[in-house]
Design a protein around this ligand. Structure first.
Ligand SMILES: O=C1C[C@@](O)(C(=O)O)C[C@@H](O)[C@@H]1O
Length: 519
């Protein structure tokens, strides 16, 4: 096993192991190695009936990867409740037996490291850690804390935060980029997730990832860090793109955009961003590093007021799903790629399978047709404007009748109360488009219309993309309609975004292959 060192310039992936037996620790270590971890963190306090001499000997002689030893006491959020002296003895024994890294909590570190640092002969490196489960401190207080930690003689310092808002993570990035010793700093939870993913960009020394089959809430998996985000390729110049949404964990954007960036040799990363407050978000992440954003539920309309310019189509739709920061002046420009994505997906499906008599048609196959739309939110507005632009007659249903009426007046269509959609009898050959979340995972049983009405639709489109074939689409297929999955719209809107994000032509076939293989 080659020596792997935590330094200031490389980010390694660490798998935290909380196994309850030594056998389990060993098998987890091999699993971590196979999944691509560089180092494992072993929590001795999780091992039942831990016997330092015997257990450490086994772990440290059989380790297939460098190990970081942690023995967390109850007073620092761990499980160890015994004698403090014995705990520290076990940590020193780990050092003597050749542990690569040993973690001491800040509270005990100055006593220990201060004394022994000069006589510290082993190759073990000391991590001094501090878990801040209060609000993220100000930059000044953080600076002070870091100096105290450095003064202990630590080789590496580690800070774990709990953040209430994604904007607090900016302080972690500041800290990572300015610290003079190797530093590990991150936050867990949905709002803190991005601190792990972007840590390599800001020079963090370690990123934590969980193992397959043992997910740790708020941590990416080792496999996703290696395969999807390729953290080993991220550096200070990497441009950050993010999906602004709430919730955000469901999105498949990262598994589509990240490999595509690499495929065209573009130095970018695409990350989920759990945003609570748009105003705070845009004023915090205003540097050129944050080069563009996808915008998802529920912000497609609200985000417009934070754009310096909005493309006329997005302006008409009154919904933005893509923002780029213009490199020349840093201004935020809003676009809508949902509209063309959904309408061309529907048009192409009709063109491919819809012309029964084989005659080609000029113009859009939507011209003159009835287009029944469920949902008048951001995605619904994009569909309604797209359908209208192709000459369709749009009939809109939304639980908020006023919202349906307002969209109907924008596209010269008709609005109907939402209760009526269930049994609404469309004209023959009409198109049905679902732009409500009905049927989305995990509520996959829900449908906006009754089965009996489906046989009159020539084509049914569902903007929901998880699952790929929703119950609505299954029923529609059984009734003989052409069906178009939201996955097709997702792919096409992402292709449009990729062009805008990178200024390069998106490799469409490559992106389609990912979607076919992974969605
Ligand atoms: O509606 C969607 C889906 C999305 O929000 C996502 O979940 O990845 C990304 C947006 O760009 C797109 O318009």
């Amino acid at each position: 096993m080659g020596v792997v060192n935590i330094t200031k310039n490389t980010t390694m992936i660490c798998a935290p192991l909380m196994a309850q037996s030594v056998e389990q620790v060993l098998s987890n270590m091999y699993q971590a190695k196979a999944e691509g971890a560089d180092v494992v963190e072993i929590r001795l306090d999780c091992i039942n009936n831990f016997q330092p001499g015997k257990d450490l000997e086994i772990i440290l002689t059989k380790k297939p990867l460098p190990v970081l030893i942690v023995y967390r006491p109850k007073w620092a959020g761990g499980l160890y409740e015994g004698d403090e002296h014995k705990r520290l003895e076990a940590l020193h024994l780990a050092e003597d037996l050749g542990a690569d890294y040993v973690d001491f909590e800040l509270k005990v570190a100055s006593n220990i490291l201060g004394k022994q640092y000069s006589s510290h002969q082993s190759g073990t490196r000391f991590i001094v850690s501090c878990n801040l489960d209060c609000e993220t401190p100000s930059e000044e207080d953080l600076g002070y804390l870091v100096s105290r930690m450095q003064a202990t003689g630590a080789d590496i310092i580690k800070l774990v935060f709990s953040v209430n808002d994604i904007t607090e993570i900016a302080r972690i990035f500041q800290l990572l980029s300015h610290c003079q010793v190797p530093i590990i700093a991150y936050s867990v939870g949905e709002r803190g997730f991005v601190s792990q993913l972007l840590s390599p960009k800001f020079n963090g020394a370690l990123v934590y990832g969980s193992l397959k089959g043992t997910p740790v809430s708020g941590l990416p998996t080792v496999e996703s860090l290696r395969q999807t985000y390729k953290v080993g390729h991220i550096n200070a110049d990497t441009k950050v793109f993010g999906l602004i949404s709430k919730p955000v964990g469901h999105s498949k954007g990262p598994i589509l955009h990240n490999p595509t960036f690499r495929h065209v040799n573009y130095n970018g990363i695409y990350v989920p961003m759990f945003v609570d407050d748009l105003k705070k978000f845009f004023s915090t992440y205003s540097s050129p590093d944050f080069a563009g954003f996808s915008v998802g539920f529920p912000y497609k309309e609200a985000v417009m007021k934070f754009c310096d310019e909005v493309h006329p189509l997005a302006q008409a739709i009154a919904a933005v799903n893509t923002i780029i920061r213009r490199p020349s002046d840093g201004k935020l420009i809003g676009y809508n790629t949902d509209c063309e994505a959904s309408i061309t997906a529907i048009e192409d499906a009709i063109k491919e399978r819809g012309y029964k008599n084989g005659t080609a048609s000029f113009g859009s196959p939507l011209a003159g047709r009835m287009f029944v739309l469920a949902g008048a939110g951001g995605a619904g507005r994009a569909l309604a404007f797209g359908a209208k632009s192709r000459g369709a007659r749009v009939v809109i249903f939304d639980i908020d009748f006023e919202r349906a009426k307002s969209l109907a007046s924008d596209v010269m269509g008709a609005a109907r109360p939402f209760e009526d959609i269930l049994n609404f009898q469309p004209e023959k050959g009409a198109i049905l488009a679902n732009a409500t979340p009905l049927g989305m995972h995990p509520n996959t049983d829900r449908v906006p219309v009754s089965e009996e009405t489906l046989r009159d639709y020539q084509l049914v489109f569902d903007a929901v993309y998880t699952p790929r074939k929703t119950r609505l689409l299954k029923d529609a297929e059984a009734a003989g309609a052409i069906i178009v999955s939201g996955v097709e719209m997702f792919l096409r809107q992402a292709i449009g975004q990729f062009n805008l994000f990178t200024g390069k032509e998106a490799p469409k076939e490559f992106m389609r292959e990912i979607v076919l293989a992974k969605f």
